[in-house]
Design a protein around this ligand. Structure first.
Ligand code: SF4
Ligand code: SF4
Length: 514
C-alpha cells in the first residue's frame, strides 16, 4: 500500500478545521491527443495545454449551457451562502480543504458567471466576488471539479436544492472542450463505443470468461447454471457492469444473478455488443456520449429479440437507465410493456422472493453480520421499484431475506444521506488515490462504528464502483478487502437450486455402500 496520511475515524462526526489548499495538488492526468481525438474533443500537442482561443470558447460554451439548462442558470443565481452544505461533502470532511465545500466548488464557476453574465459582475466585479477567467482559474476548476464524485449529497441539505453534481458535469464538459479532458474517463468511453465495454474485452474473451464461470459453478454446486452470451430469442437481456465478468466481489454477484434466473426458469442472455452497464458519459457531462452508449443497448436488444431489459448491480448505470434510457434511446415499444423498462436485478429477485419461488437457506450466510452501503446514484437519483423510498427498502428486504444477521449503519449516513464511497463520478483512478482514501473516511467511520456496536463483519453494496473502491481503501482503514460483498453474492450463497448437492450426496451413498 502506498504511504498516505489516513484520516482518523471517530465515534461521532466532527467538522474538520479548515486547511487552505490541502488538496490543491490533487489533479487527475489530463487526456492527451490520443484520447481527446477518440472522443471527438479538441487537443493540443501537450496534455494540459489549452487550445487556441480557449477563453472565448469556454465563455461561448457557458452561454450555451446557461440557455439550454435552466437549472444551471438557477444554480448560478440562487445560492444565498447559508452554509448548510459546507460540511456535507465527504471530500471536505476527509480533506479539510475549503474548496471541497460544495458551495466553494460551485463558486469556481459562479465567479466566472458573475464576471461575464451579470450586470454587477461586469461593472463592479470586486463587490460581487466576480473574477476574470484566467489559466489559473481553469487549473483550479480542473483540480476541484475532479474532487467531486457527483454524488448529490450536498443537494439534499441545500434549502434550494442546488445540485453541485450538475455544476460539476457542466464544468467538466466545458473543460474537455478547451483541451482539458480527463484521461481516465476519456480512455474508457471509446472502448465502449468500439468494443462494447469499459475494459475493452472482446467477444472471444467474454465467451471464455463465461464458459469458465459455468464450469466453476457446476464444480461448486453440481448444477449447470448457464451464463449465456448473444443468444437470440432469450426473454431477458442482462446489461451489467463489465467488472462483473472478472473482479471480486463483483463476479460473485453475477453468479447470483445467474442462479436467480435459473431458479426462476426464465431465458436470458448477455450481449457482447452491450457488455457494459456503466455509462461514463454521465461523469464527463456529455449528453452525446451518454446517448451513444445507451443506443448500443437498444441495438443489442433489437438484434437479440429480447422482451425485457434488466440491469445488474451498478449505481450510476442505474441512474442513467432509470432516468434517461427512454429519452436517450427510446421508444422501447418492441419490449414487453408488462414489465418495467428497464428493470433492476433487485426488483426481479425481490419479486421471485415475494412469490416464494426461490429455495433459500439463510444460514449459509451465518458466518457474516451484514450492513448495507446505499450507493449515491441509486439513493439520490432513482428508485428500485415503483414506490417512493423503494431504492432503500428493496436492497434491505433482499439482504434480510437471505441473511439472518443485519444492522444498518448510523441513520445520518444511510438512505438519502448516504456517503459516497469516495471513488464515484469518474474518480476511480490511481492518480486520485489520496483523494479516494480521504473521501472514503465518513463511510469508513460509520462502518467501524456499526462493527463496534453490532459486530458487523461485512458491508454489502450494489454498485461496481463502490465495490472496487472499497476493495482498495478498506485496508487503509485497518479492514480487509473481502469485507465488501455484492448483494447477489449473498443471494448466491443462500439459494439452493434443484439438484444442488445431489451429485455429492450420490457419491457419499456410493462410498457408504462400498
Ligand atoms: S455532489 Fe457530492 S462530491 Fe460533489 S460537492 Fe456535493 S457532496 Fe461533494
Ligand atoms: S446550502 Fe445551497 S444556498 Fe446554502 S450555501 Fe450551500 S449551495 Fe448555497
Amino acid at each position: 500500500m502506498a504511504d498516505y496520511e489516513i484520516p482518523e475515524t471517530r465515534e461521532f462526526p466532527i467538522i474538520p478545521s479548515i486547511m487552505e489548499g490541502a488538496m490543491a495538488h490533487s489533479t487527475p492526468f489530463v487526456a492527451g491527443e490520443e484520447f481527446q481525438s477518440d472522443m471527438g474533443f479538441p487537443f493540443t500537442e501537450e496534455p494540459g495545454q489549452l487550445i487556441e482561443g480557449w477563453k472565448e470558447r469556454f465563455l461561448e460554451l457557458m452561454e450555451e449551457k446557461l440557455s439550454k439548462y435552466r437549472s444551471l442558470q438557477v444554480f448560478m443565481d440562487i445560492c444565498v451562502k447559508c452554509g448548510a452544505c459546507t460540511d456535507k461533502c465527504h471530500y471536505f470532511i476527509g480533506t479539510a480543504d475549503p474548496k471541497n465545500m460544495p458551495v466553494a466548488r460551485q463558486d469556481l464557476l459562479r465567479q466566472v458567471y458573475r464576471r461575464y453574465f451579470t450586470f454587477a459582475g461586469k461593472h463592479f466585479p470586486k463587490l460581487v466576488g466576480a473574477v476574470d477567467l484566467t489559466e489559473d482559474v481553469i487549473k483550479d476548476m480542473y483540480s476541484y471539479y475532479h474532487q467531486c464524485s457527483e454524488c448529490r449529497r450536498c443537494a439534499v441539505f441545500c434549502p434550494f436544492g442546488i445540485d453541485t453534481a450538475e455544476v460539476t458535469m457542466a464544468a467538466r464538459d466545458m473543460l474537455a472542450m478547451i483541451g482539458m479532458g480527463q484521461k481516465y474517463s476519456n480512455q474508457i468511453i471509446p472502448k465502449v463505443h468500439k468494443i462494447g465495454n469499459n475494459l475493452g474485452l472482446p467477444e472471444p474473451a467474454l465467451v471464455d470468461t463465461l464458459e469458465g464461470l459455468e464450469e466453476e459453478v457446476e464444480d461448486d454446486i453440481g448444477v449447470k447454471v448457464r451464463f449465456p452470451l448473444d443468444e437470440k430469442g432469450a426473454e431477458i437481456l442482462l446489461v451489467t457492469p463489465s467488472a462483473d465478468f472478472f473482479a471480486e466481489p463483483h463476479i460473485d454477484g453475477l453468479i447470483g444473478y445467474g442462479k436467480v434466473f435459473h431458479a426462476a426458469g426464465v431465458t436470458w442472455t448477455m450481449s457482447s455488443k452491450a457488455s457494459e452497464a456503466a455509462n461514463f458519459g454521465l461523469f464527463i457531462g456529455s449528453y452525446e456520449h451518454m446517448r451513444q452508449i445507451s443506443l448500443r443497448i437498444r441495438d443489442a436488444a433489437k438484434e437479440l429479440g429480447v422482451k425485457r431489459i434488466i440491469f445488474g448491480e451498478c449505481g450510476h448505470a442505474w441512474r442513467v437507465a432509470y432516468n434517461h434510457l427512454n429519452t436517450l434511446a427510446g421508444p422501447w415499444d418492441f419490449l414487453d410493456q408488462n414489465y418495467p423498462i428497464p428493470q433492476h436485478i433487485l426488483e426481479f429477485t425481490k419479486d421471485c422472493l415475494d412469490r416464494d419461488i426461490l429455495n433459500i437457506d439463510k444460514s449459509e450466510n451465518d458466518h457474516m453480520t451484514l450492513t448495507f452501503h446505499d450507493s449515491c446514484n441509486i439513493a439520490r437519483a432513482s428508485r428500485i421499484g415503483d414506490t417512493p423510498g423503494s431504492q432503500f427498502t428493496t436492497p434491505r428486504q433482499v439482504i434480510q431475506a437471505v441473511c439472518n444477521n443485519y444492522h444498518d449503519m448510523s441513520q445520518d449516513t444511510i438512505h438519502d444521506q448516504t456517503f459516497c464511497c469516495g471513488g464515484g463520478g469518474g474518480l476511480l483512478t490511481d492518480d486520485l488515490m489520496e483523494l479516494r482514501i480521504k473521501g472514503a473516511q465518513p463511510r469508513m467511520e460509520a462502518l467501524k462504528n456499526v462493527s463496534k456496536d453490532h459486530g458487523v463483519t461485512h458491508m454489502a453494496a450494489i454498485c461496481a464502483i463502490c465495490k472496487s473502491q472499497f476493495t482498495k481503501v478498506l485496508p487503509y482503514y485497518g479492514m480487509t478487502m473481502d469485507q465488501i460483498v455484492s448483494v447477489h453474492q449473498l443471494v448466491s450463497n443462500a439459494i439452493i437450486l434443484e439438484g444442488q448437492g445431489e451429485e455429492a450426496a450420490d457419491s457419499d451413498d456410493t462410498e457408504a455402500a462400498a
